[in-house]
Every structure is written in C-alpha cells, then in structure tokens.
Write a protein that binds this ligand. Structure first.
Ligand code: SAH
Ligand code: SF4
Length: 365
C-alpha cells in the first residue's frame, strides 16, 4: 500500500484512480502525502503565509442552502448588517496591522441597493488605505455587469465555491429552484474569470451523500477549471438546517478533517502555484486545524476581524471558533501558532496567486 502511495506521488499527473487511492490512504500514507505537498509548497510558492482580514459584514441572505446556518428561513438567529463606519474601522485595523488584504463576505443579496453600496465601499477601502490594500470579495452569484462594476471599483479577487461539482449532489443540498441552480453557479465562475478576477472556488468535504469519487471529481474539476485560489473546508452540521437530519450519515469529524487535509495536499501537488486558504472551519474540528492545513500545503489565512459583538451571529455551522473574541486577541495568538509550523507571515505583501500571474502571462503571448 505504502509503496503504491509513493509511486503515485512520483507521477507528474494524477488520474482519477490515483486521486481516489490518495484520498483513501491510511495514517502512514497520508504522512507521505502531506510531506510531499509541503515540499511542493516550499518550492513553488515559498513558506510564506498571507493574511486576508475577514469581515463578515452581514448575515442577511436571500438564499436557502440546506447546509447553512444563516439561510433565509432560519428564524433562530439575529440578523445584522454592519454600518459603513464599522466596516471601514475594521479595514483600518487590517491596514494598521499590516495585513495587506481584506475579504468582504456576507449572505447573498442581488439588488441595486446592495450593488451600489458595495461599489461605494470598495472605492472607499481603496481610498482610505492609500490604494495599498488588496480586496477579495465573496458575495455570491451576481450578474456579469455587477462583477465588472465591483472589479472596476477595486476588488481583484473573488471567492465562489462550487460546493460540489456533481450536479445531482448539488440538487440534494439546495432547494430545486432558479436561485439555487448548478449551471448558474458555473456560469458565474466563468464570468468571474472573464472579468479578470483572481478566481477562487472550493467545496465542502464530508457532505451527506458525497462519495470519495465525488471528491476526486471535484479535485479534477478545480484543476481543469484552472482556478487561481482554493478555499475549502469540512462540512459541519448546523441544527437549524434541513441537512441536519442526515447527521448520522456523516463521517466522524476527525475523518472529515483528515479527508479535507488530503484534498488540500493533492491540490497543492497537482496545481503547485495556486493560493490555498486554511479555512476557519478546519479549526472548528481541530484546535490546530489551520496550522495543520498550512503544513499540508495551504498558504493563506483569513483572520476574522469582524467586530466581536457580531461574530456569534455569523454562524454558517456550529462550533465556529473565536466567536466571542476581539480581533486583537486573535492576532498575537495566530502569529505564535503560525511560527510553530515553520512558516513565516508575509506582512505587508499581497501574496497574489502566482498561478494567476502565469495564466495571464500566457494569455498575452
Ligand atoms: N453567501 C456567499 C458567501 C458566504 S457562505 C456564498 O454562499 O458564496 C461561504 C461558504 O460557507 C459557502 O460557500 C459554504 O461552502 C460555506 N458553508 C456554509 N455552510 C456551511 C456548513 N454548514 N459547513 C461548512 N461550510 C459551510
Ligand atoms: Fe446564503 Fe451563502 Fe449560506 Fe447559501 S451558503 S445560505 S448563499 S450565506
């Protein structure tokens, strides 16, 4: 078994069967997988971790995804929407801490008011940071025109997880209607790339009904789509959601966690120079989850800088860590944790996806 893992790791390209073997590998095999991913990371993107200060500015959402705690029909939470000043104060905090980039994330709204507000905020973030802060946004499915307006206003990276590349599974975890349509999500991803964003996608690992073959297909999808950034994490059940009733079908959390680490490691080895985020959901299962993700190939961390009093209300899943802390408390603890992994923090550096740069160079030839 071990010999076959090592022979797969020596290959230049992985077949679907290879990926399935890697995903199924045992404790000893996975150590080889993670260490190979660590080597690829060190030689292609370096041992630097880039920060993106995460501002979860509103939990108001027009959608009803079956897995998510802030879905429209969950009436068990208090809805909030940060004021512009609160958002810009968090931005200033990131700038003062030398984080170099921020991420704006929220529930999904498609309206003129929302589009205009984000456009104005993006311009303001650029202005108050002396045009130095990089901006990632993760605001769901929008029209191509909206994507273009936000790009022109200063956002240059966009995260939109495909969630699963299997349209049948997609249907099982979303309502079957126009607002939750697999093809539209795919079209949005294409539009983001065409607009010029560094485009990020990802999946949830360990969903009910998801098979190892599905995850192997997801990895191949991400590779074929030639994505610049990956943000993925384990699925974590939330009691106020429709998927909760399938909780007995799930892998134990530790196995979901290891499976997620393997997906990260395989993507690092296959795609080499992309950016991969160590998602907060990793830490919901294992207190050292994000650090372990860094050692398996991730190179981006998104410290939560949402004002403390709102954190408890942005619960996409249960056990979300650090929901009762202030941003300041997190930053010194995080620095020490990252140093333990042997990585260094790229303060003041955008740390853009090298894959994106290469992709663009080739396009211009
Ligand atoms: N509304 C936007 C951004 C916020 S949701 C969007 O949907 O794109 C960000 C991500 O949280 C989603 O893409 C999903 O993958 C993840 N998420 C939602 N519920 C989750 C859960 N129960 N467990 C793990 N991740 C979850
Ligand atoms: Fe809304 Fe995003 Fe949650 Fe779906 S995953 S319900 S779009 S916040």
């Amino acid at each position: 078994m071990l010999r076959s893992i090592n022979s797969i790791l020596e290959k230049d390209a992985f077949s679907k069967e290879d990926i399935i073997r890697l995903l199924a590998t045992d404790t000893e095999g996975r150590t080889f997988l993670y260490s190979r991913a660590g080597e690829v990371k060190a030689s292609y993107v370096g041992k630097k971790v880039y920060y993106r200060g995460l501002i979860e500015f509103s939990n108001i959402c027009g959608k009803n995804c079956y897995y998510c705690g802030i879905r429209r029909d969950n009436h068990n939470i208090k809805r909030y929407n940060l004021g512009d000043k609160e958002i810009l104060d968090a931005v200033k905090y990131a700038y003062d801490q030398n984080y170099a980039s921020v991420v704006l994330q929220s529930g999904e709204l498609e309206s003129k008011g929302f589009t205009d507000r984000i456009e104005k905020l993006l311009k303001e973030i650029k202005r108050i940071s002396n045009y130095e802060l990089g901006i990632t946004i993760s605001l769901g499915e929008q029209t191509e025109e909206v994507y273009r307006r936000w790009f022109n206003a200063g956002a240059h990276r966009y995260l939109l997880r495909i969630e699963t590349s299997n349209p049948e599974l997609y249907k099982k975890i979303h309502p079957d209607d126009e607002r939750h349509n697999f093809n539209r999500r795919l079209e949005c991803l294409k539009a983001l790339k065409a607009t010029g964003y560094q485009t990020g996608t990802g999946i949830m690992v360990g969903l009910p009904f998801q098979t190892i073959e599905d995850i192997a297909d997801d990895i191949l999808f991400i590779n074929e789509f030639d994505i610049d950034m990956v943000g993925l994490g384990p699925y974590i059940e939330h009691r106020d959601t429709p998927l909760f009733k399938f909780k007995n079908m799930l892998l134990p959390p530790e196995e979901r966690f290891q499976l997620t680490l393997k997906v990260i490691a395989i993507l690092r080895i296959m795609m080499k120079d992309i950016n991969i985020a160590a998602a907060t959901a990793m830490q919901a299962i294992d207190p050292m989850g994000r650090e372990k993700a860094l050692m398996a190939g991730a190179n981006v961390i998104m410290p939560n800088i949402t004002p403390g009093k709102y954190r408890d209300s942005y619960k996409l899943y249960e056990n979300k860590p650090c929901t009762d802390e202030n941003a300041e408390d997190c930053s010194s603890c995080l620095e020490a944790r990252i140093q333990m992994t042997g990585d260094e923090i790229g303060y003041g550096e955008w740390g853009d996806s090298r894959h994106f740069m290469e992709r663009n160079k080739n396009n211009h030839k």
